[in-house]
Design a binder for this molecule. Structure first.
Ligand code: SF4
Length: 367
């Protein structure tokens, strides 16, 4: 018999449960996970590559680090670890996502300007706090009986920030199409603050950096001149990267650093690309209350796991005349199957063939 892996509760499991218990039952309780949707690939690769850049910075200061220290290695490792759904026409391929992730990473690291010395690494158990998994036991026997791995948090980065009195700052990356300010992630960051507080690293500051998932439109006059007639955008408007731009300039014999492209390059590199949300007001008691809510959600899931699939109803929106298509189960779900049948159909459908991905990352300027 093999050792059973601990079954952990996480913020994302609870979030999914609150959205649709049927989806959560199939995924988290039955463990029937299909390949990841390709829509999340860019964010995952960018997270991995930015973390590698920060690790490299910490290694340069003499700290021991775990994990890749170059953006390319991080992207390769991430693609090897995850299985994504097949690429679909009109969506970016793995190579295109990798290229865009490299550009977003380069831009993010440039704006963070780590070399300025503003950020001081926080060392915990001998390693800087970058992409670290923290496991908290839950003080509740019923929950721990099912979630024997406790509550698991994977935080992006914990650092000291000299611009803010050398206080501890928890940083979360979000790669998204829009960078408008909102506060939706208070809950997640509040829970992470609580977890860090439990290991003696309470962060007074918690930020979300929104990394915009696209670059500026290419100048029209250059677009028309590409030799193969293809659009410069990777897969749609607004997705041109600096690498694609430079290669196209080389193809048509233009100088990419000429004055006519200066504004475009500035846009690609800096404008509207990184947004920092700073929020305050979450103190220790509020963070503890969020954790208590999370334990309650974990309890509901533990009870459903005991009671069986019929105890987990579908998202109510699917019964309101406009079928829900929010998750990959929707085609079975629209047939009005109960959760027990959804489990059965999903089990039959899943074959989980890993993808073979050939990457061309060598052209990037990043290490
Ligand atoms: S498609 Fe069905 S299972 Fe998926 S979230 Fe919607 S209601 Fe839930």
């Amino acid at each position: 018999m093999t050792d059973k892996k601990p079954n952990s509760y996480s913020y994302s499991k609870g979030d999914k449960w609150r959205g649709c218990q049927a989806e959560s039952y199939v995924d988290a309780i039955e463990g029937l996970r299909g390949p990841r949707p390709i829509q999340v690939r860019l964010g995952t690769l960018t997270h991995a590559a930015v973390a590698a850049g920060i690790r490299a910075y910490c290694a340069g200061l003499g700290h021991e680090v775990d994990g890749p220290t170059t953006a390319r290695a991080a992207i390769r490792e991430s693609l090897d670890e995850d299985t994504y759904a097949e690429d679909r026409p009109g969506k970016r391929t793995a190579e295109e996502d990798a290229e865009l992730a490299l550009e977003l990473t380069e831009r993010t690291l440039r704006l963070l300007n780590l070399e300025s010395g503003r950020f001081e690494p926080v060392i915990y158990e001998g390693r800087p706090m970058i992409e670290r998994k923290i496991r908290l036991p839950i003080d509740d026997a019923e929950v721990m009986e099912y979630f024997d791995g406790g509550f698991v948090f994977v935080m992006d980065w914990l650092t000291r920030d000299r611009e803010y009195g050398n206080r501890l700052a928890l940083v979360d990356w979000k790669v998204s199409a829009h960078v408008a300010q909102d506060f939706q992630l208070d809950t997640q960051l509040g829970l992470y603050q609580h977890a860090l507080g439990q290991i003696g690293l309470w962060p007074e500051l918690a930020w979300q950096y929104r990394i915009r998932d696209r670059a500026a439109q290419i100048p029209g006059q250059l677009k028309k001149r590409r030799s193969d007639g293809r659009s410069l955008s990777i897969s749609g408007p607004g997705l041109t990267t600096e690498g694609v731009f430079r290669r196209t300039c080389a193809e048509v014999g233009d100088n990419p650093d000429g004055p006519e492209y200066a504004e475009f390059l500035d846009n690609v590199r800096t404008k509207n690309t990184l947004y920092r949300v700073v929020f305050g007001g979450i103190d220790r008691s509020r963070a503890a209350a969020l954790f208590a809510d999370a334990v309650e959600t974990a309890r509901q899931m533990a009870r459903a796991a005991k009671a069986g699939p019929s105890s987990a109803p579908r998202n109510i929106r699917s019964f309101n005349g406009s079928p829900c298509t929010r998750c990959s189960l929707y085609s079975d779900c629209m047939g009005a199957l109960g959760t027990a049948d959804l489990v059965k159909r999903t089990r039959e459908r899943l074959q989980g063939k890993p993808q073979l991905i050939e990457l061309v990352l060598e052209e990037s300027d990043l290490p």
